[in-house]
Design a protein around this ligand. Sequence first.
Ligand code: PBG
Length: 308
Amino acid sequence: MRALVRETRLSPDTFVYPLFVRHGQGVRDEIASMPGNFHFSPDTLVEEVGAAREDGVRAILLFGLPEEKDPQGSEAWSEDGAVQTAVRQIKTAYDDVLVMTDVCLCEYTDHGHCGVVEGNEIRNDPTLELLASTALSHARAGADVVAPSDMMDGRVAAIRDALDGEQHNDIVILSYAAKYASAFYGPFRTAAQSAPQFGDRRSYQMDPANADEALREVALDLDEGADMVMVKPALAYLDVIRRVKDCFEVPVAAYSVSGEFSMLAAAAQNSWLDHDRTMLEILTSIKRAGADVILTYHAREAARLLRG
Ligand code: PBG
């Protein structure tokens, strides 16, 4: 009876699995603050993607770490960057895996900000061209979806222009439209070595107190040509997910971020929470709130559990 009348169902088809890639060969270093997640080199990443595919997860989101950081973040758009190399290898190995790439500069800049820095300010407009080059380099490598996470104004239009200018008309843009300046990114910043070296991200990411503003951000990104929009983080912003879902008839993604993952991992290690039940309850709540797509570090383990 419960199965018959259940309103919300999780499916691995709706999961996206975030992964970290760096240069080298044979690398599989566990990220201390995110147990069960690793820094991969392109070759071991291909193996991980194959294993995820076996579990039923066929969409991934790639984050890259550069060989060297500089003020502009120039490895972000390098043809031989870790992400670009990994995309080519994954696409050669598995043509049925949907490859998304995170488009941002913060992993690549020595100051750790998502945009160009002048003095102590993060400059919006000079950043757009660099983001567009980055997205273009991902598209040339074979990415299916580019996902700008920088929160600069106007970047969706700049990226769409650059992609269409090279006939990448069918590349999808998933914009991190409502991305909050959140403490829940802590473990990720350790993993990506992307913590800002001065100040914080509040001049470009959103104030956690604002929800009406999220709707304005989403409307702007859709107007600029975003195909799908994201709310991030997920668990502390379920109301925002619901409002975005109700206001706009587009696919809505929610990113259950590193801090959400690590909180549960730590509690489960101490036997304070039942890991699997809590994980599925969290994912169900995100789906129930209205997310069509869930980006989660639990993708593989949740898919295995759902398969039974
Ligand atoms: C880069 C970016 C961040 C995350 C995704 N893309 C970090 C940040 O904005 O500081 C966070 C992901 C996570 O915490 O899992 N701009």
